[in-house]
Design a protein around this ligand. Sequence first.
Ligand code: SF4
Length: 269
Amino acid sequence: MSRRLYDHLRLNVFPTPYCTGCGHGILLGAVVRAMDEATIDWDKTLFVSGIGCAAWIPSPHFKADTLHTTHGRPIAFATGAKLANPELNVVVASGDGDLVAIGGNHLIHAARRNLKITVICANNNLYGMTGGQMAPTTPLGARTQTSPWGAEEAPFDLCSLVRGAGGRFVARHTVFQIHQLIKTLSKALTADGFAFVEVLSPCPTHFGKLNKVPTLGDFREQMKSVYIDRRRWDKMTPEERCDKVPTGVWCTDNIPLRSAGGNKMGGAE
Ligand code: SF4
């Protein structure tokens, strides 16, 4: 990271509280670089997070205005801040348990409203801070503290969920796709509408320990084989896709908003 970017960090709180091999530190650095690439004014930006390991990315590490809120509610707080001051850049950075499980309703309704905020969801496939319990993002068959024989329910596809709810800029990357991730985050920060970026971030302590991916290097190999660029995904057969997840950007800016009078799915025109 260039020396200049360190000015945006509260260096006195480092090192981060993250376990060895946690992906959240990589994401923290990516957000700082993306803010710089998108030339976002830090003094006109509010970072909002909830509860969980990822919620510690902006607060206390960023030298910026931060709201560290209650569990599952960062998007509700972000909505209030954006409505009170529409000029503010509002960036939510939190985890999957916070944003998608407990705060899932806030997420889909913010996307439906096309609220102009950026939501960065660090997805580690379980609840990390509370001890590694199963989440709605836990992959089928994955072991957690509360699914010791493997998760029996299919996880949410977060990007499909947010696109279906009306999100205008939707993307997914792993922390290992670092250049694409920084580029995508910088675009999301300047998107003209609700922007959602899912970031797959390894949790070696809980997920890794129970699923035979104990180190960051193991995660990198595993994620490289599962998370593939959507341009490659588009050319794959249904059989080839079965254990893969596409990454990339789904920019839906051109989809017209549905009017109150109905839509092409059968409502009155
Ligand atoms: Fe990261 Fe998991 Fe440790 Fe939390 S518990 S800091 S997500 S490795």
